[in-house]
Design a protein around this ligand. Structure first.
Ligand code: HEM
Ligand code: HEM
Length: 701
């Protein structure tokens, strides 16, 4: 695929390339899942083998007897001696070596064959013969993977069985070596213990049960069967500066307001695709509303939510105080002002006239930029005065993201880069560094803090986190030009961007593996947590959404996906599926800890499911419709025919959008529940204070 990027002689695709591409994505996903599975299984296997070597005959008769069940004891006593263990079946790692060799050969054969497919230009994916070849190459790799999985499973089972057999044989030999009377006596004693049952009131006597130390909590007084597991209550944080908490909460409140505003605009745009004549007011025309939506959700929702969560993390992981609360408040005010005036001016028709996501005029964007510079100073000073030796990985990501957003804002607004083709290059750089080095970078930094915190276990690998960090900087910063494939920008620059897009597999796979492996052993916590399901969905979309981006970058695919709704689906799968879901996870993790008020379990569930299902309804039809439309254009179908062809897909987008938008109302309600001022009258404390008030004491005496 990569080699194919140099071929300029492109034929119109007839759509068969989609099949080949899907195949490649499928293979990649299967390989990824299989790799994780094999890694987990192999490490379990190694630890089993190690344990096997450690187990020796230190067990005493007493220990053995105590570990026997009543049935074992009865059997022994009945027959006088333990049954002889069945013999070990032959075979083990050694006997499976030829199979391993075969599997490796198969994989190598697959790889070698893979290398043969490249040189035929980008029309290659549309060629029936190539598709068949691809399938033929894929088949042995898939079979190899399946075989490898079966083998590893079998070896693992065999090692386990061998170990158990050896252990039971050792016990039986040991028991046989002892005088029979000694064993029988010990077993009879044990049987007596097992047969004994304590009277129900042996410990309490005839007193009513009472919990004098207040140890028992959350007792369900009604014996009902819960449909959904009760969520764990957040542990309140004793030593968070209340002033910092206030700042964090206000960032998140403002972010929520912009989310509801921005997506109300998005929802209305979605409706306009289905009912274009909904209004004829210039302020509400599609062309003006579109940047209002994108900028409000970028700078108002995502940026403020990220910063709010980051203001909590940066001092905490350095074990010190925020350098300046005042600068924090300034940042909040400035960014709010930028989004407020920006939205208003765009609706009034005043805009930068430049590229996408930089439609705010420069004086307005300057407010945003000053706010971010203040944050950078604040974060750097906080980190410089940290009490810990290391700088935790979250702070690497967060500070890098803040530095990058300042860089890209300069690139996007400095006047001498805004001319001719150079402007398009600046636009590509700005656009993808915006999503990759600001939103994604900062959000990842937050996940490295909030995910381990919620799972109550350390991040799986600090090293993988650093690898993902540097490889993200290395590859992401060169991929901007994949937005302008086939443009008059130098072909070589486009090829670099495409290669960089493939290189992105490294940070994405490292990050995904790190997060999923951190979940390992804590999956059961998903059911009882508000925030973990959001983190899980965010992680899945991190992998699938990013890999979808890699697939879009190839010339062969970009030829028909560019300009279609496929890109809009990708934007939402990433900005919404990854960024918004991770941010919600962080918000549900932290606000209850700060305010000690839980969101209602039911409405958090509704928020989660409506957002998730809505996103699927939004994106899947757009991907199908976008692909069909791209193919139709290339086959010279009349433009207007492709517009009417899209109608049902746009309807589904409007339905999905409505679900997403409604979920945001539930989210706003949950926010209210988590931050609302405490009830003025707390009945219990009021009752107690009535009894203990001085007046009352006077009355009593
Ligand atoms: C491996 C990582 C990724 C790659 C290789 C990638 C690739 C691409 C490509 C090729 C396009 C342009 C499609 C076109 O116009 O024809 C695109 C668009 C876009 N991507 Fe990604 N993407 C990646 C990850 C992400 C992430 C993580 C986000 C968000 C957090 C994101 C957000 C967007 C957005 C918003 C657009 C639309 C830009 C526009 O308005 O034209 N992408 N991506
Ligand atoms: C109720 C939820 C939402 C709805 C109904 C919605 C709807 C829309 C619509 C109709 C467009 C215009 C597409 C076009 O020009 O063809 C759009 C664009 C966009 N929206 Fe949303 N949106 C929602 C939520 C969000 C959120 C939360 C984000 C980011 C955090 C977001 C990011 C974007 C981006 C980046 C684009 C530009 C797409 C592109 O050019 O590829 N949207 N949205």
């Amino acid at each position: 695929m990569l080699m194919a990027q140099d071929n300029t002689d492109l034929k119109a695709p007839d759509g068969s390339g989609v099949g080949a591409l899907s195949l490649a994505i499928l293979l990649l996903s299967i390989t990824f899942v299989a790799a994780i599975y094999l890694a987990v299984k192999t490490s379990a296997l190694i630890s089993q083998v190690k344990k096997k070597n450690q187990l020796s005959g230190e067990k005493t008769l007493h220990q053995i007897v105590n570990s026997l069940s009543e049935e074992n004891i009865n059997t022994y006593l009945k027959h006088g001696q333990m049954k002889k263990n069945t013999e070990n079946k032959s075979g083990g790692i050694g006997s499976s070596l030829p199979a391993w060799f075969l599997v490796t050969l198969l994989s190598l054969a697959g790889n070698a064959a893979f290398a043969q497919t490249a040189p035929n230009g980008s029309s290659l994916l549309n060629d029936g013969g190539i598709i068949i070849t691809l399938i033929l190459i894929t088949t042995p790799i898939l079979v190899g993977i399946i075989l490898m999985i079966i083998k590893v499973r079998n070896i693992s089972k065999r090692v386990k069985a061998n170990k158990e057999n050896a252990e039971s044989e050792r016990i039986s030999n040991y028991l046989k070596s002892l005088p029979e009377e000694e064993v029988t006596e010990a077993l009879l004693k044990r049987k007596e213990v097992l047969d004994y049952s304590i009277a129900q009131n042996a410990l309490s006597g005839n007193f009513e049960p009472e919990d004098k130390r207040g140890i028992l909590k959350n007792i369900n007084e009604h014996a009902n069967i819960r449909f959904i597991e009760e969520k764990r209550k957040a542990l309140s944080r004793p030593n968070v500066d209340p002033e910092l908490s206030k700042l964090v909460v206000w960032f998140l409140i403002c972010a929520t307001v912009w989310l509801v505003f921005g997506t109300t605009v998005g929802e209305y745009e979605g409706i306009k695709f289905v009912a274009p004549d909904a209004d004829h007011i210039s302020w509400l025309s599609f062309g003006r509303l579109r940047p209002v939506h994108t900028n409000a959700v970028f700078w108002g929702w995502s940026s403020l939510a990220m910063l709010g969560l980051a203001y909590y993390v940066v001092p905490r992981v350095g074990n010190n105080k925020l350098w300046s609360l005042k600068l924090g408040w300034w940042t909040l005010w400035l960014i709010n002002a930028a989004v407020f005036f920006g939205s208003w001016s765009l609706m009034a028709g005043i805009n930068n006239g430049g590229g996408e996501y930089r439609e705010y005029i420069w004086p307005i964007m300057l407010l945003f930029a000053i706010g971010i510079v203040l944050t950078l100073i604040n974060f750097l000073k906080t980190i410089a005065t940290r009490k810990t030796k290391e700088i935790y990985v979250s702070n690497w990501y967060i500070v890098a993201a803040v530095m990058f957003v300042i860089t890209i804002s300069l690139v996007a607004y400095l006047p001498f880069w805004q001319n001719g083709l150079g402007e398009t290059i600046a636009q590509g750089y700005y656009m993808h560094q915006g999503v990759g080095m600001w939103f994604m970078m900062l959000t990842l930094g937050l996940v490295y803090y909030y995910l381990p915190q919620q799972l109550n276990r350390p991040i799986y690998s600090y090293g993988l986190g650093i690898l993902a960090f540097w490889s993200q900087i290395f590859f992401y910063t060169v991929i901007g030009m994949h937005h302008f494939v086939f443009s008059p920008i130098p072909w070589s620059l486009q090829t670099v961007a495409i290669i960089g897009s493939v290189g992105m597999v490294i940070p994405v796979v490292s990050g995904t593996t790190n997060f999923l492996m951190t979940f390992k052993g804590g999956w059961h916590k998903l059911a009882s947590s508000y925030s973990l399901p959001f983190f899980l969905i965010g992680t899945i979309f991190y992998f699938t959404g990013s890999m979808q981006g890699t697939a879009e970058a190839f010339r062969s695919t970009n030829l028909y996906w560019h300009f279609t709704d496929f890109t809009v689906a990708h934007s939402h799968l990433t900005m919404y599926g990854i960024v918004a879901f991770f941010l919600w996870g962080g918000i549900y993790a932290i606000i209850p800890r700060i305010t000690r008020q839980e969101p209602p379990q039911l409405t958090v569930g509704i928020h989660f499911w409506m957002a998730f299902i809505g996103l699927m309804f939004y994106t899947i039809p757009l991907m199908i419709g976008g692909t069909l439309r791209g193919i139709a254009w290339i086959n010279h179908k009349p433009f207007i025919d492709t517009v009417s062809m899209m109608a049902p897909y746009w309807l589904w987008r409007a339905i999905g959008g409505t679900l997403m938008w409604t979920s945001h109302l539930f989210f706003a309600y949950n926010m209210y529940k988590m931050i609302r001022p405490k009830k003025i009258v707390d009945i219990n404390s009021e009752a107690i204070s009535k009894i203990t008030s001085p007046d009352e004491i006077v009355k009593v005496h």
